[in-house]
Write a protein that binds this ligand. Structure first.
Ligand SMILES: Nc1ncnc2c1ncn2[C@@H]1O[C@H](COP(=O)(O)OP(=O)(O)OP(=O)(O)O)[C@@H](O)[C@H]1O
Ligand SMILES: [Mg+2]
Length: 420
C-alpha cells in the first residue's frame, strides 16, 4: 500500500483539488483507493458532494478511538464514492484533535496505527492535509510513504517555498520510514510567459524530484469541485482530467521503485534480533540523511530559483531577499490609523474582505482591482485584534500573504490582524 500525503502550508495552492482528482484517477486505473481528509475544513466531502449533515462520524472519531480503546473502525466511517474509491471524511471536531490528545503518548502515530489495520485493503491512500503545520499534518507524514508538495507556477507563489520545505524537512526527520518527497507544478497557465519561464526553471532546479506531469489551470476543475464531482465524472474530455490521468499513471509507474525499497527493508526483518536493531539503526540514519539531502537540495533550489529570476520579471522587487520583500509587499500593513490589504489574484473577477470589523459582511468591503492582478483596500480600524477572510469570486479563504492564522469554530482558518 502506498500512502501519499498532499502537503503545503500555503492555503489555496490546490491540495484538495489534487487529492480528490488524483484519488479518483487512481481508482479509474483500477487501483483500490482511499482518500482521507485530515483538514478540519472538510473540503473533500464538499468536493465530492457528501452532505455535511449526514457525516455522523469522521476520521477524528477513528483516530481517537485508536487511543481510547473505543470500537470505532475506519470501515464504519467510509463513504463509497465510485468503484475502487472511498472517502474517510473530516468533521468539524477534527479541529479539536490536538487539544483532545494533549498528554497522550504516541499521539503522532494515531493515523499510522489506523492505516495498519487496512494495509491489505487498498493500493493507494491519499491524505489531504490542512494549510498549517500541525499535529494533523505530522500524523499524515508519519503514516506516509510519499509526500506530494503542490506548487503554483506563478512567481509570487514560490514565495515561502524554501521555508516550507525546511519545515517539512524537520518533520520528516522525525520519521523512521523512507519518504519520497516530490514537487508537483499546479495551476500552470501556459499562456503566460512568466508561467512558462518558472516551469522551465522548476524543471531545471528540481530535476528528479518533480513530477513530469503538470496540473494546468483549468476552470473545469473549479466547476467540478463546486458541483461535488471529480473531474473524470464532470468532464472526461477536459484538460484537467487528462492531467490527473497522466499524474496517476506516472505515480503507478514509480510503484516498482517504492516496492523495491520496501522489500529491502522487509528483508532485514528476517535477520536475528540483535543484528536487526543495528541494521535498523543504520538504515534509519541513512534514510534520514537521504531525506535530509533531498529536502535540503529542493529547498536551496527554491532559493536559487527566486534569486535567479531577473529583476525585470519581478518588477518592483529588487532586493536579494525576495521572500522578505514579498512579505512586506503583499498582505496587510498598518500605516498610521489606516490598514492596507494588498493581495494578488490575477484571475479573479471580484475580491472582498469579511471580518469581525464589518460583521462578516463581505459586500461592505470590496477590494479595488489594480494592475497585474493586484487587489487593494485601505480601512480605518481602531486598535485591537481582528479576524478576517478573503472572499474570492464567492469563495471564502484565508489571506494567502498573512501567515498569522487562527482556526475558527467551523474548522476553517481566519487570518489575524493586530492594529496597534
Ligand atoms: N488546476 C486548477 N485549475 C483551476 N482552478 C483550480 C486548480 N486547482 C485548484 N483550483 C481552485 O483553486 C481554489 C483552491 O484550491 P484547493 O481548495 O484545492 O486548495 P487547497 O490548497 O486545498 O486550499 P486550503 O489550503 O484552503 O485547503 C479552489 O477554488 C479550486 O477549485
Ligand atoms: Mg484544501
Amino acid at each position: 500500500m502506498r500512502t501519499i500525503a498532499v502537503i503545503n502550508q500555503k492555503g489555496g495552492c490546490g491540495k484538495t483539488t489534487v487529492s480528490i482528482n488524483l484519488a479518483s484517477a487512481l481508482a479509474d486505473e483500477g487501483k483500490r483507493t482511499l482518500l482521507i481528509d485530515m483538514d478540519p475544513q472538510g473540503h473533500c466531502a464538499v468536493g465530492l458532494a457528501v452532505p455535511d449533515e449526514q457525516i455522523e462520524q469522521g476520521i477524528y472519531d477513528v483516530l481517537l478511538s485508536s487511543r481510547r480503546g473505543e470500537p470505532v473502525k475506519l470501515t464504519e466511517i467510509l463513504w463509497e464514492i465510485s468503484d475502487n474509491f472511498e472517502l474517510a471524511p473530516a468533521s468539524i471536531d477534527l479541529a479539536a484533535f490536538e487539544q483532545q490528545t494533549n498528554g497522550m503518548t504516541d499521539r503522532e502515530n494515531c493515523l499510522k496505527d489506523v492505516l495498519a489495520t487496512v494495509a491489505n485493503d487498498y493500493d493507494y491512500v491519499i491524505i489531504d492535509c490542512p494549510p498549517a503545520v500541525s499535529l494533523l499534518t505530522f500524523n499524515a507524514i508519519r503514516a506516509s510513504t510519499d509526500v506530494i508538495v503542490p506548487v503554483e507556477t506563478g512567481y509570487f507563489s514560490l514565495h515561502g517555498l524554501s521555508r516550507q520545505l525546511d519545515t517539512l524537512s524537520i518533520l520528516c526527520k522525525q520519521c523512521s520510514q523512507h519518504i519520497n518527497v516530490m514537487v508537483l507544478a499546479s495551476m500552470y497557465d501556459i499562456r503566460t510567459k512568466m508561467g512558462r519561464e518558472i516551469l522551465a526553471e522548476l524543471r531545471k532546479n528540481f530535476a528528479g524530484r518533480m513530477f513530469w506531469t503538470v496540473v494546468n489551470f483549468n476552470t473545469k476543475l473549479k466547476e467540478a469541485a463546486s458541483l461535488g464531482q471529480p473531474i473524470c465524472e464532470y468532464d472526461p474530455a477536459s484538460r484537467g482530467h487528462k492531467d490527473f490521468q497522466s499524474l496517476a499513471q506516472e505515480l503507478i509507474a514509480s510503484d516498482t521503485l517504492v516496492e523495491q525499497k520496501q522489500t529491502a527493508t522487509a528483508a532485514h526483518k528476517q535477520e536475528p534480533v540483535a543484528m536487526q536493531s543495528s541494521i535498523q539503526a543504520r538504515e534509519r540514519k541513512e534514510i534520514i540523511e537521504d531525506l535530509d539531502n533531498n529536502l535540503e537540495s529542493i529547498s536551496s533550489s527554491a532559493q536559487e530559483l527566486l534569486a535567479g529570476i531577473k529583476p525585470s520579471q519581478a518588477k518592483a522587487i529588487t532586493s536579494e531577499n525576495m521572500d522578505d520583500k514579498l512579505n512586506d509587499f503583499y498582505g496587510v500593513r498598518q500605516f498610521g490609523g489606516a490598514v492596507r490589504f494588498l493581495t494578488l489574484y490575477p484571475r479573479a473577477q471580484n475580491v472582498q474582505i469579511a471580518g469581525d470589523f464589518n460583521n462578516w459582511q463581505p459586500q461592505k468591503t470590496m477590494m479595488q482591482k489594480g494592475e497585474d492582478g493586484k487587489w487593494e483596500l485601505a480601512l480605518e480600524l481602531a486598535p485591537g485584534k481582528y479576524r478576517y477572510r478573503m472572499v474570492v469570486d464567492g469563495q471564502w479563504q484565508q489571506d494567502p500573504y498573512n501567515e498569522n492564522i487562527e482556526m475558527n469554530p467551523f474548522g476553517e482558518y481566519n487570518s489575524v490582524l493586530e492594529v496597534k
